[in-house]
Structure formats: C-alpha cells, structure tokens
Design a protein around this ligand. Sequence first.
Ligand code: HEC
Length: 85
Amino acid sequence: MRITLRCMVIVSLLFLVSMFCLDFSNVYANDIDALEIYADKCVLCHGEDGKDTSTGIDFGVKDFTDKEWQASRTDDEFMHRIDNC
Ligand code: HEC
C-alpha cells in the first residue's frame, strides 16, 4: 500500500515536471504569428505594407498590393516563392 502511494506520487511529480519542460508553443498552427515572421524575415525587402523597399527594389521585388500583379500569379506560385524567398 505504501509503495503504491509512493509510486503514484513519483509518477505525478514526473508528469508535472514534464509539463514544465515540454514546450507546446509550436504544436498548434494557430500559435504561429505570421505578422511576427513577416516583420522578422520579409520586411527588409517587401516593406511593412508589402509595397516594397529600396533594398527590395534593387533585387526586383513587386508591389504586393498591386491587383494586376496578384491576379497574374496562382496561389501555388505564391506558396512556392514564399518557400524559396
Ligand atoms: C533579400 C530580399 C527578400 C526577402 C528578405 C524576402 N523576399 Fe520575397 N522576393 C524578393 C524578390 C527580389 C522577389 C521578386 C523576384 C522573384 O519573384 O523572383 C520576391 C518575391 C516574392 C513573392 C512573389 C512571388 C511571385 O510570384 O512573384 C512573394 C510572395 C514573396 N517574395 C514573399 C516573401 C516572404 C513571405 C518573405 C519572408 C518570409 C520574403 N519574400 C522575403 C526578395 C526578398
């Protein structure tokens, strides 16, 4: 009886410790902050408003807010380019 109780306490403690150690922050896609990633990785060339920056223009970026340009690309093309940007 005493041993069983001790086991339960130990297992409970291990469970509690593991909850503190494991970081679940990236498990759920909804937790990904796209704005933060964009600000961190993309603003340099594409600008805060997606229109472009002087750095981006040197590389040849397009104005993301241009409807004609948006219509000229498929979603798949955007996804492929984002993966490789
Ligand atoms: C070093 C500069 C630079 C950075 C940083 C950058 N890009 Fe780009 N991006 C470009 C250039 C240059 C082009 C246009 C040339 C091209 O389409 O090949 C482009 C084009 C694109 C396009 C348009 C693709 C198309 O079909 O024309 C998308 C969407 C895009 N980038 C998304 C992103 C995202 C999202 C990030 C951040 C994760 C990012 N880029 C970071 C330089 C950059």
